[in-house]
Structures are given as C-alpha cells and as structure tokens.
Design a protein around this ligand. Structure first.
Ligand code: NAD
Length: 376
C-alpha cells in the first residue's frame, strides 16, 4: 500500500503532512511511503531525512498521484490532483467540507474516500488525531508573538530607575484551544490578560491561566451544543457581548479574536465603533478571518488601519511555524491512519466511531449527512 505525500502548493504553505518520525511508524505497519522531492523543505526536512526514515523520493508528481492508495495532505488537493488519483484512493487532509463543500465534487465523481480532519470527532479516543486543536495551539501562540513584535510597547511590568513601565493589556475573545494558548502565551510574556467566551465552561479555564474572565449575562440561554462547541446566538445576546467587548477594548493594547461556530460565519464581536474607541498603537489580530472575521473591519490576510489601530487577519498562522505545526499534524494523521492499516493493507470500517464521522465521500456518495445537506 502506497502512502503518498506531495509538496503543498497553496501560497504561503510551508507545512508537510508527514514528517520522518511518523514515516518510520507507517513503514513499521508495512506501508510504502513516497514523498515528492522537496516537499519537506519548508519544514526544515531534506529529501535525505525522508530517505533515512525509509521513504522513497520522486520528482514525478503525476506518477506519485497515480500510484497513491492514500494521499496524506495538509490542504485540500486541487481538482487536477483529485482527477489523477485512482478510484477508491483515500485522501486525508484539511478538506474544508463545511465551508467549501462544492469543492469536493471532483472527489465524489472520482469515487475517492475522503477524510476531513476537521470532522474527526472530539472524543477521548481521537484526541491524538485532533488536528484542529494542534493547529489552533500553534496559531494562538503565534498571534501573541506577532502582536508583541508589532505594538509600540513592551509586554511585562518593569520597575526601572527611569520609572515604571505598565504591562501590556491583552483581550482574548473566544477561549477555545487557540484562545487559551494565546492567553497562556501573553501571560508568560507578562501581559495583563482578559478572556471572553460564551461558553460558561471556558471561564474556569481562563481563570486557571491567570487571566480575568469577562462575564456577560445572557439570561441563561443555551450557548453550547452536545459536542462542546458554541452555538449561534440571538441578536440580543450577541449585542450584549459586543457592548461588553467595546467597553474593554478601550484599554486593550492587543485584542486577539478566535471565536468560531462550526459551519457558520464567524460571529461579529468587534464593531466598527468598538475599533474607533481603541487606543492609537493598539491592534486587533483576528484569527477568524477565513470564515468572515470577528471584527467588522477585518479583511482576510490584509492589514487595515483605522485611527492608529491596526487590524490584521492572518488565515494560516500555523504555516508560519512549519516545523512544529508539521510535527503535530503528522502525528495526528498517523494516529488516524494507524488503526486502519492492517498488515500493510487498508481496512476501513465505516461503523467505527472515529472513521465513519470523519468520512466525507466514499464510493461515489457523500456519506457525511451535514455535508450532504449543504450540497442539496
Ligand atoms: P472553535 O474554534 O470552534 O471556537 C473558538 C471559541 O470561540 C470557542 O471557545 C467558542 O466557544 C468561542 N465562541 C463561539 N462563538 C462565540 C461568541 N459569539 N462569543 C464569544 N466566543 C465565542 O473552538 P475550539 O477551540 O475548536 O473548541 C471548541 C470546544 O471543543 C471547546 O469546548 C473545547 O474545549 C473543546 N475541545 C475538546 C477537545 C477534546 O475533548 N478532544 C479537543 C479540543 C477542543
């Protein structure tokens, strides 16, 4: 069985789906691993590193695609790549099945078995496969580092002979995986941090990191689903949150926003007026830019200036820390593949409570009900 890894072609992408340490594990399961030459360079791994791990290297991308039983990818392959895969081949990667379902049509037509890492259920058994959490961890960390570099102030409280330097104030909106990592990183650098989330459970986690949790009275409404994800809120509830955020935004040096509702546009948390109330030299780092942004002025992957406030929305921060992002992702993909490889062959059990829900297309059908409903 051939597991193939290609060079990622998306602009700005430096990650690779499988790193050498994972390849050794897959080869121990009697799989053959083939890598496109140069695919690891962005993640500081040479062709020789992959050869040493037991992989074969090829410069012929099309031949690799045609020989693949499994294509392990970071980003969704392009249509022409899907079209070169053989019927029944498996593709695993960030396929964006909920926000861009139509782009999976070629995989459907081609009879491919596609697994979207975004759909891997967040159950205990699948924690080691949770690529969303891995990438969110990297993004939350990097957002703070970018903010620390860009604002015209220092983070920690300093008592010097020339007087006291007050600590930076960081406000983090959305205290999921990325938000909590941003809070922890900003605290380590010495900032005073506030966190906000609609899920009450997030409050304890925010406080345990030494930050203050901003509470808004939502009148006891349901804010999360059975899977622990936030649900879309009413306009009234959203407006209460926005008013609280606008008030705290006035003192913030950096606001990092990470709020998402799976399969929906990102909730709008920072209004234009809230930005206008912010200090000169402060900034908003919006990590929800790919799904519309949490700030009214956000433009994905662009820098916007308003009255001395800078708003940025990098959509692929994980790719800017390619070594660790690839290492984590590679372990996630390997943890997913390992139980479905038996004696060097794929044995896919769609009744498995991790494999079934992660599958988008199989045998010419859209098997995921949520994705199917988006396509009709
Ligand atoms: P996410 O990326 O979907 O959203 C980020 C955060 O935004 C969430 O905390 C969400 O509550 C918040 N949010 C949504 N709408 C908001 C609004 N209007 N205002 C403020 N905040 C809003 O979330 P995630 O980081 O993927 O985590 C989602 C949940 O899954 C969390 O409960 C997390 O602890 C849980 N989780 C569980 C596992 C596991 O058990 N294996 C792993 C990772 C995450």
């Amino acid at each position: 069985m051939n597991i193939v890894v290609l060079r990622e072609t998306q602009a700005g992408e430096a990650r690779i789906a499988l790193m050498p340490e994972s390849i050794k594990k897959l080869i121990a399961l009697k799989a053959t691993v083939l890598i496109e030459s140069g695919a690891g360079l962005g993640a500081a791994r040479s062709d020789d590193d992959f050869r040493e791990a037991g992989a074969e290297i090829s410069t012929d991308r099309n031949a690799l695609l045609e020989s693949a039983d499994v294509l392990a990818a970071v980003n969704r392959p392009k249509e022409e790549d899907f079209n070169r895969l053989k019927k029944g081949a498996v593709v695993i990667g960030f396929l964006r099945p909920l926000d861009e379902p139509k782009t999976l049509q070629p995989a459907l037509t081609r009879g491919l078995t596609t697994f979207a890492v975004e759909l891997i259920p967040r159950i205990t058994r699948a924690q080691s496969m949770d690529a969303l959490s891995s990438m969110a961890t990297v993004a939350g960390y990097k957002a703070v580092i970018i903010g620390a570099e860009k604002i015209p102030r220092m983070f920690p409280l300093l008592m010097t002979a020339a007087g006291t330097v007050p600590p930076a104030r960081v406000l983090v909106l959305g205290a999921g995986v990325a938000g909590l990592q941003a809070i922890a990183t900003a605290r380590r650098l010495g900032a005073v941090v506030e966190g906000y989330d609609v899920r009450a459970a997030a409050g304890e986690q925010v406080k345990s990191l030494g930050a203050t949790f901003l509470e808004v009275d939502l009148g006891g409404i349901k804010t999360e689903d059975a899977g622990g994800y936030a649900v879309e809120l009413s306009d009234e509830a959203m407006n209460r949150g926005r008013a609280l955020i606008a008030e705290h935004a006035r003192q913030a040096d950096i606001i990092i926003t990470t709020a998402q509702v799976p399969g929906r546009r990102a909730p709008l948390l920072i209004t234009e007026q809230a930005v206008e109330g912010m200090k000169r030299g402060s900034m908003v780092i919006d990590l929800a830019g790919a799904t519309g942004g949490n700030c009214a002025l956000t433009k994905a992957d662009e820098t916007v200036e308003r009255n001395g406030v800078t708003i940025i929305a990098p959509t692929n921060l994980a790719a800017t820390v390619p070594v660790h992002a690839s290492q984590l992702y590679s372990r996630n993909v390997t943890a997913f593949l390992t139980p479905i490889i038996k004696d060097g062959q794929l044995q896919i059990d769609m009744n498995d409570d991790v494999v079934g829900p992660s599958c988008v297309t199989h045998d010419g059908q859209v098997v995921n009900k949520r994705v199917a409903s988006l396509l009709t």
